[in-house]
Design a protein around this ligand. Structure first.
Ligand code: ADP
Ligand code: ADP
Length: 232
């Protein structure tokens, strides 16, 4: 489904070169929940941002459903990005827009009629359990509710892949659990492939099928959860 082949990415920072990702290859299977765990600065975010080309890898190839997208630009890049939703640690909602309007934003670029759009937003609100918050503003919501809005927005274009960058890191354990259960539910119901970046082992153990461990830009271990976390 997603193949990352020999991906490398460096940044220039104050005259110094940071090797954020060093020759990483990974294969993520259709329909699985794949975890990437590692300390802050390990390169997780940079690697995952290469999947939707928010970062352009300097070396290597990104292949999605058999298609090499590494050099996509313009319309092809925009269409590809619609198939890949993303959520973040700090939710990235528009503060001046209601919950309804936040979810509507990605749908404005589509050909849906007003009525179809409204039906779609209402079904997304139902999916994430926020029907009664449609007219609230982000500042009126708890952290978990904000992340639910972000999930609804990320799913608006019916993506095949959802990238989650530290999506539960700003939440308390109980809220984390409920968001992870929601991700598990959308994975099963929508046959969505999910990539989860985290520094929290509990998150990986709760929902992931397979995991890669990153350290200093490299993948140092990879496999089924049971194998990776039972090794001495
Ligand atoms: P993680 O997600 O594991 O915390 P990141 O991918 O965010 O790791 O960062 C990996 C390394 O790359 C870090 O040293 C970070 O400071 C650096 N880095 C990431 N993005 C940039 C950027 N836009 N400019 C400069 N350095 C960056
Ligand atoms: P993460 O949750 O992945 O650790 P960060 O807070 O490290 O995210 O990074 C947030 C944003 O800042 C990302 O777009 C990343 O590419 C960028 N970034 C990270 N480290 C640096 C850095 N040292 N210099 C400039 N930009 C950075």
């Amino acid at each position: 489904m997603i193949e990352l082949e020999h991906i490398s990415k460096t940044f220039e920072l104050n005259g110094k070169t940071v090797e954020a990702v060093k020759d990483v290859s990974l294969q993520i299977r259709e329909g699985e929940i794949f975890g990437i765990i590692g300390f802050s600065g390990a390169g997780k975010s940079t690697l995952v941002r290469c999947i939707n080309l928010l970062e352009k890898p300097e070396k290597g190839r990104v292949v999605i459903e058999g298609e090499d997208i590494t050099h996509f630009e313009g319309r092809r890049l925009r269409e590809m990005r619609q198939k890949i939703g993303m959520i973040f640690q700090h939710f990235n909602l528009m503060p001046s827009r209601t919950v309804f309007e936040n979810i509507e934003l990605p749908l404005k670029l589509t050909r849906l009629t007003e009525k179809e759009r409204r039906a779609k937003i209402n079904s997304l609100l139902d999916l994430v359990g926020l029907t009664d918050k449609a007219q609230s503003y982000p500042s009126q919501l708890s952290g978990g509710q904000k992340q639910r809005v972000a999930i609804a927005r990320a799913l608006a274009n019916d993506p095949k892949v959802l990238l989650c960058d530290e999506a539960t890191s700003a939440l308390d354990p109980q809220t984390t659990h409920s968001i992870l259960q929601l991700l598990k539910e959308v994975n099963a119901r929508l046959k969505l492939t999910i990539v989860v970046i985290t520094h929290q082992m509990e998150v990986i153990k709760e929902i992931c099928d397979r995991v890669a461990v990153m350290q200093k830009g490299s993948v140092v271990e990879e496999g089924d959860i049971v194998d990776v976390f039972s090794s001495p």
